[in-house]
Design a protein around this ligand. Sequence first.
Ligand SMILES: [Ca+2]
Ligand SMILES: [Ca+2]
Length: 229
Amino acid sequence: MPESCHYLSKRCRTAPRMGALLTLALATTGCDGTEATSVRYEVTFVANWNDSTHPYDNFPSNPHFSPLVASVHSSDIGFWKLGDTASHGIESMAETGSTQLLAEEIRAHEPQSVLKLTLRSIVQSPGSDTFEVEVDERFPLVTFVTMLGPSPDWFAGVTSHSLIDAGGAWTERLELPLYPLDAGTDNGPSYNSSNQDTSPPEGISSMRNQSPFSDNPVAFLSFDLVMDG
Ligand SMILES: [Ca+2]
Ligand SMILES: [Ca+2]
């Protein structure tokens, strides 16, 4: 059996619900081993960072998230990980909100390991953003990052998250709470601290329940499989 039909055959054996079966059938054109099956997801980013959810440390007057960097890629590549040192692109994104360096790092892996890079616009918090991404069996992973602004080097996101579930089928709906992260590249302790470069850089770490953050998520990221027809 062609490799690209692997997930389809698994899905068919497990007698999926009719909606999912319909989607899969429509999304699957020419499963002859020459093309991977692609599906689309509606992605919704909901900003949840405000002075009620995180009521500490002179909460800033203009809380926002920098333009979301969204990448669909294969398991051959990853762009950040807890405990690892941030790349220059992640450092730049987390400290300034700039997408340029990170976009270059991601695009360097097109088309072999990266299917698509999507750059969005600033989202006020509270606020939301909705868009679609296309994924396929060779590129089932998503990586999303956005800076909390203003902040020294704090960001939120997911890394190399697969939209294929443990049973080998496309996940129909997924909602992920996003907790604040420290890129480990600036020592500033407060939202509006001046630049204090961390040299050498430290590993990326969670700031969940660490000053100035509470135990609440700063955002939610959800994925809904688009049901064609
Ligand atoms: Ca830091
Ligand atoms: Ca820095």
